[in-house]
Ligand binder design. Structure first.
Ligand code: SF4
Length: 377
């Protein structure tokens, strides 16, 4: 909301970290209501336990729901629930409806309660957050509440949590509604400018650009990246003379240039796909869509055949097996859908399985040391 252009420019969809942590939190809250906090905590996956432990259950009204998609019509002022656990895949809405998803929403008397989970980084304060203001408004108009309590639940890298809370009364909500209506007007105007080849109203800031999905197409950043291309050659010749501050600046710019290069590369691939025969390159090669499928060997069937033909020793040399925590989790998810697995929860089953594998000596940690971005503790 702080940058109207982010509603107009093309965007590149990014994956959110929400899904796994979000469903662990949702399961924990639902179970805590029925079996009690301590028992529910025991069932939470180790990775998400410290965060769930820090959740203020008393602040969440009974009956609150998780990942609820809401819409609010800025003409009629009516709010409605679009669905639950949609993973931001919203159903079609009216052109006059704005939409958003509340990580948790409940009702406490005449007050709607909205919580949004955030990972370690610091966002705009809850009171000033347009995401929370909008969700408070959409939620209040949906349930007929006159006020709202909102919170950002921060989840840090070490799993712990803290809250940034705010309260909005009926006048605040009316102000938000009026500002959102004005924003829609500005967005319409900017969309016309953009369609005519102009530059929409860009309001870059660390807060708004950090997770903006338009960043690759945003003139505020692409201009910077373009100028950086020539700067990169200079930087390359003076890498050993960079101060820590300059290195940090170069790092951010390099990330931007890389995103831009990837977006341009994907654009060229699309052109190559669309041109019959592809694009002839200066190197003499042709860039075109090719079938890269190859024959896969089914390890189980191949193993049986080789044992029959040459015996166990040759089969063991020919067949390798591999797995991963993700592969085990996928298999367990499927198992829990079967008759034997029904009624059991993924988190404890996964924890017990990994513990059994660890006890049998089947888990080893491979050191992996490298320079990468991590959250500051
Ligand atoms: S990247 Fe920043 S300036 Fe550009 S559209 Fe997104 S929020 Fe606005």
């Amino acid at each position: 909301m702080a940058c109207p252009a982010s509603c107009i420019l093309p965007r590149v969809q990014t994956e959110t970290e929400y899904s796994e942590a979000g469903s662990a939190v949702a399961d924990f809250i639902a179970e805590a209501r029925t079996v009690g906090r301590d028992k529910a905590l025991e069932r939470v996956d180790e990775e998400h336990r410290p965060f769930c432990e820090a959740i203020d259950l008393d602040a969440i009204p009974a009956g609150a729901e998780s990942e609820v998609a809401l819409a609010w019509d800025y003409r009629t002022e009516v709010g409605r629930v679009l669905g639950r656990k949609l993973s931001r895949q919203y159903p079609p809405t009216a052109p006059t409806e704005l939409k958003g998803t509340a990580d948790r929403i409940g009702v406490d008397g005449a007050t709607v309660v909205v919580e949004d989970d955030k990972t370690g980084l610091k966002y705009r304060p809850a009171r000033e957050s347009w995401q929370l203001r909008a969700l408070a408004l959409y939620g209040a108009r949906t349930v007929g509440a006159s006020g709202a309590r909102v919170a950002m639940a921060y989840r840090r890298d070490d799993g712990n949590a803290y809250y940034d809370r705010a309260e909005f009364d009926a006048l605040d909500l009316a102000d938000f509604a009026s500002e959102l209506r004005q924003l829609v007007g500005r967005i319409d105007r900017d969309a016309r400018i953009f369609k005519a080849g102009g530059v929409p109203d860009l309001r870059p800031s660390e807060d708004t650009c950090r997770f903006c999905e338009c960043v690759v197409y945003c003139p505020a950043h692409t201009a910077l990246a373009r100028s950086m291309l020539s700067d990169l050659c200079v930087v390359h010749d003076h890498l050993d003379a960079l101060t820590a501050e300059q290195a940090a600046d170069v790092w951010e710019r390099v990330k931007m240039v890389r995103k831009l290069v990837l977006a341009v590369e994907e654009g060229v691939r699309q052109v190559a796909r669309a041109i019959p025969g592809g694009i002839r390159l200066p190197s003499g090669k042709v860039l075109r869509e090719t079938d890269t499928s190859r024959e896969e060997v089914d390890a189980v069937i191949a193993g049986r055949v080789i044992v029959r033909l040459f015996g166990e020793k040759v089969a063991n040399a020919a067949i390798t097996t591999s797995t991963s925590k993700e592969g085990i989790e996928r298999a367990l998810r499927e198992y829990l859908k079967t008759d034997q697995g029904q009624g059991r929860k993924l988190a404890p089953v996964k924890r017990d399985t990994l513990e059994a594998i660890r006890s049998a000596g089947g888990l080893q940690r491979t050191p992996s040391i490298g320079v990468r971005e991590v959250k500051d503790r």
